[in-house]
Design a protein around this ligand. Structure first.
Ligand SMILES: [Zn+2]
Length: 115
């Protein structure tokens, strides 16, 4: 089984450490094998591109590089704080992610079996 990353694409996260400490951004990609995430506007690195027909002098472009998933925390949309998340089952059998700070359900991981 692959490791579970505690955030997923589309989550808004808070960066806890590193050069972009305290930055916030949306998760653009998750890499479960390496437990890394790509966060919008975080950990920008400069990439040099070879000259092309369009850009004959080549070019320098900035893009995000993945950071460790353990360095980010989900920002809870209910209490608007970087929060630890937990997983639990609801009465109807849905498995959900919830915010440990305010207790609100963040999203459904797995829907209850019907019937
Ligand atoms: Zn919360």
């Amino acid at each position: 089984m692959s490791k579970k990353v505690h955030v997923k694409v589309g989550d808004t996260v808070y960066v806890r450490t590193g050069k972009d400490k305290a930055a916030k951004g949306k998760v653009r990609a998750v890499f479960p094998k390496t437990n890394r995430v790509l966060v919008e506007g975080v950990n920008m690195v400069t990439k040099h591109h070879k000259p092309t027909m369009q850009f004959q002098s080549g070019g320098i472009a900035e893009q995000e590089a993945p950071i460790s998933a353990s360095n980010v925390m989900l920002i809870c949309e209910h209490c608007n704080r970087p929060s630890k998340t937990g997983r639990k089952f609801q009465d109807n059998g849905d498995k959900v992610r919830y915010c440990k700070a305010c207790g609100e359900v963040i999203d459904v991981i797995k829907e209850a079996k019907k019937g």
